[in-house]
Write a protein that binds this ligand. Structure first.
Ligand SMILES: Cc1ncc(COP(=O)(O)O)c(C=O)c1O
Length: 284
């Protein structure tokens, strides 16, 4: 079995013994938020920015986080130390907590926090070198409510459909037909003039922490940037395409449907910069 470690409400619990009460609204109604972080060199990477997004997500659903930032930071460190400093992927979930059988969260007693960690697994060297294939998701349902990082079964389904068809990830359009993002990652592309494009927050995306770092690194590298509302034909003009997420960093795309894209030098420049990126606090 995968090497996983887990903490609930700050206490280590064996994975097989960790349980959520069925009356927890996280289970009953998907009333929960989460963050996915990675560690690098024994520290949570981009901690300050992930923390900002966690607070943002909590505020958007009127959820009071059940512990202070300092306590949370200490819990992440306990986890990193338990894995003796190896690079980890860590999922931190806050559920609404136990309450009556009603969507209304007002009577839920106390949010529950869960931290799950495992050694960081990344795509293969071949996938980084040659790129992955994306599928255009036909349904047009964007992030339900702005860019809250919350449970979302539509993303699960989109990824599932793409993988059943032999693709790595699914590109999702919003109801206006504009490109949003992928099921578990943000989407970028370079045009032939070397301008870097990515859908803006208004397209209905999750504001990925890696997305923010890549935008910062692109400015540093001198690439012109454009965020906007894009159609499918805008994407078809791309010369290089890639996706981003915390655990994968930048992953090049070699194909969307039947259209082939080169894994080009601009993407490689950003991949190299991301590899060496300092741990900075980004705007969120
Ligand atoms: C829908 C969606 N978009 C984008 C991302 C990338 O976000 P981040 O860079 O913060 O991992 C994720 C990651 O889980 C996601 O689920």
């Amino acid at each position: 079995m995968e090497t996983l470690k887990l903490m609930m409400d700050g206490q280590p619990v064996a994975v097989e013994q960790a349980t959520i009460p069925v009356m927890d609204h996280g289970f009953l109604f998907g009333d929960c938020i989460y963050e996915v972080l990675r560690s690098r060199n024994g520290q949570p990477f981009l901690w300050a920015t992930h923390l900002k997004r966690l607070h943002y997500s909590a505020s958007q659903i009127d959820l009071e986080l059940p512990c202070s930032d300092d306590v949370l930071r200490a819990e992440f460190q306990t986890m990193i130390d338990a894995f003796e400093g190896q690079d980890l992927q860590m999922r931190f979930i806050v559920t609404r907590g136990v309450g009556p059988l009603s969507h209304e969260p007002g009577q839920c007693i106390k949010p529950c926090r869960i931290l799950i960690a495992r050694p960081l697994t990344k795509p293969s060297g071949h996938q980084y070198a040659k790129g992955v294939a994306l599928y255009r998701e036909e349904a047009t349902n964007p992030m339900e409510k702005g860019h809250i990082k919350s449970g979302n079964v539509k993303m699960v389904l989109a990824l599932h459909r793409a993988q059943q068809l032999g693709f790595y990830e699914a590109i999702r359009l919003n109801p206006q037909g504009k490109i949003a993002e992928c099921a578990t990652s943000n989407l970028f592309w370079f045009d032939a003039a070397g301008v870097l494009h990515t859908p803006s927050v208004e397209a209905g995306i999750l504001k990925g922490v890696t997305r923010e770092l890549v935008l910062y690194l692109a400015v540093q590298a001198g690439f012109p940037l454009q965020e906007g509302l894009y159609t499918w034909s805008d994407l078809q003009q791309a010369s290089e395409v890639f996706i981003t997420s915390t655990s994968r960093g930048i992953l090049p795309v070699s194909r969307i449907g039947n259209q082939i894209y080169a894994v080009g030098s601009n993407t490689q420049t950003l991949m190299d910069r991301l590899e060496r990126a300092p741990d900075i606090e980004l705007d969120f």
